[in-house]
Design a protein around this ligand. Structure first.
Ligand code: SAH
Length: 468
């Protein structure tokens, strides 16, 4: 390499790997990492808090950003508290166990404001205060626990390490109800001396995941084994011991997944004991949920979120309401008493079956559900001449497609309620709506996932009069 080039590179990389630097943490990224600046350089440091002064070791340097690790906390931030989980700094689940919940809520509201202003080009004043979660621990009603072998061939179960598919052995998680942790410990006791029962890409048999669901209002538990094959040695022993010990297990399912994929559930599910679903109460309605169907993981906070969405939908009883990405029908059905007609759209067939049954069982007669891709189904409804007054969307993280936004705009609903689990994609989409005759009126962040960096939001848009 020429000396001139070396000089240029050296100038650019004033900081070297393993160098110790002092940083003041002044903000957090949307993933919860601390941000500190030295001159032109911005460093990202996980597990820090706004207000910390730290000594950090440089791990990696790019042009004018670097990544570092805390070596010493010189002056702790007043937001700090003792992290109360032994694996919190390596586990990919929680990122905020070392700061107060109040500081976490501040960070999440800021995350929404940053996305709404930078990506959505909207006014920060549109973002209300965040609605905090009543339960900070034990709120998860769903857990998917990977099962694997470590380098020594020992069975490991737990959670994925941050940014990786490496399983950190950890049987109890504070975000889970204790019944999950007890069951996981028992499954581990069963598997511990049976490493041959663990799935590997070579054998394509054996257990890959333990998947649990909990219905808070009934106490019912769904226990699901995801395995590479329809049967595994000792299955009777495992099933019987769990059924005997946990009368709350009302549904036991074996899901077969022998594909080389990161998707957890395979296409075939077999009910090995009890029902093929569990039932929970939400917003005064009873919902049956299949293993494949989406169901909000923080039930009590889901009720708060849906109530806010209902307020934003502002229904009077005469409206046609479309609920896009409806899952098992929860949001739409919670609003069906206030509209004339409800149409739900969802791509997972099992979820649509649940939605139809949930409507019937709750005596909701003004609802119909369509299984299909939301952009296509919406376009089809538009062509059929359906003119909804209100559309609710609740897409997965990737948000809406420009085509779907176009179709929604062409259906001219008076109000659009956008429920989102990703402020960045929501903001991108809101920006498109504002270019097409819709006005963003307000956004409420709702904390569904305490201790993680994720934040839900609900947004109210109205159609501008007189144009289009
Ligand atoms: N509104 C529901 C579900 C929201 S999660 C609730 O609150 O429970 C997002 C849902 O979108 C999931 O059920 C997922 O299966 C569904 N989905 C994902 N891609 C889709 C698509 N292209 N068309 C329709 N539904 C889709």
């Amino acid at each position: 390499m020429s000396p001139v080039l070396i000089m240029i590179i050296e100038r650019m990389n004033m900081y070297r790997k393993n160098e110790l630097i002092e940083l003041n943490i002044t903000s957090l990224t949307s993933d919860g990492d601390g941000v500190g600046r030295v001159g032109e350089m911005v460093f990202f440091v996980p597990n820090t808090a706004v207000g910390d002064t730290i000594r950090a070791k440089v791990l990696k340097v790019k042009k004018n950003v670097g990544f570092a690790r805390v070596e010493e906390i010189v002056t702790p931030s007043s937001d700090r508290m003792e992290a109360d989980c032994p694996v919190s700094f390596s586990c990919g689940g929680c990122v905020y166990r070392h700061i107060s919940y109040e500081a976490e809520c501040r960070a999440k509201r800021q995350k929404v404001i940053d996305a709404v202003t930078r990506i959505g080009k909207l006014d920060a004043a549109l973002v209300h205060d965040i609605i905090p979660s009543k339960n900070i621990d034990g709120y998860r009603n769903k857990a998917m626990i990977p099962v694997g072998l470590d380098r020594d061939g020992e069975v490991v179960m737990g959670y994925y390490a941050r940014h990786s598919h490496h399983i950190m052995h950890c049987l109890r998680c504070q975000l889970s109800p204790s019944v999950f942790n007890d069951i996981i410990e028992d499954v581990y006791a069963f598997l511990r001396h049976r490493p041959s029962l663990v799935y590997s890409p070579q054998n394509r048999r054996g257990i890959r995941h333990i998947y649990l669901r909990y219905a808070e209002t009934t106490g019912d538990v769904m226990f699901c084994v995801v395995a590479g094959s329809r049967h595994f040695d000792g299955e009777e022993v495992l099933y019987h011991s769990l059924i005997e010990k946990y009368p709350s297990i009302k549904s036991m399912i074996l899901n077969v997944n022998a594909e080389d994929t990161n998707v957890i559930l395979g296409k075939r599910s077999y009910t090995v004991y009890g029902d093929d679903h569990i039932a929970d109460m939400l917003c005064g309605l009873r919902f049956e949920i299949a293993p494949e169907a989406f169901y909000q993981i923080n039930r009590s906070q889901a009720q708060t979120l849906y109530a806010k969405a209902k307020e934003y939908a502002d229904l009077s009883g005469t409206e046609t309401l479309i609920d896009l990405y409806c899952g098992a029908g929860t949001i739409g059905l919670s609003m069906a008493d206030k509209c004339k007609e409800l149409i739900g759209v969802e791509i997972i067939p099992e979820a649509i079956e649940n939605a139809k049954r949930n409507a019937l069982q709750n005596g909701v007669l003004n609802a119909r559900f369509i299984c299909g891709d939301a952009p296509q189904a919406a376009e089809q409804l538009r062509k059929e001449g359906i003119r909804p007054d209100v559309i609710v969307v609740d897409p997965p993280r990737k948000g809406l497609t420009p085509e779907l936004i176009d179709t929604i705009v062409r259906m001219t609903p008076d109000r659009v309620v956008y429920v989102s689990c990703d402020p960045a994609t929501m903001s991108r989409d809101l920006n498109l709506f504002t270019e097409q005759n819709y006005s963003v009126k307000e956004i409420t962040p709702v904390d569904m996932f305490p201790r993680t960096s994720h934040c839900e939001s609900v947004c109210r848009m109205t159609r501008c009069q007189g144009q289009l």
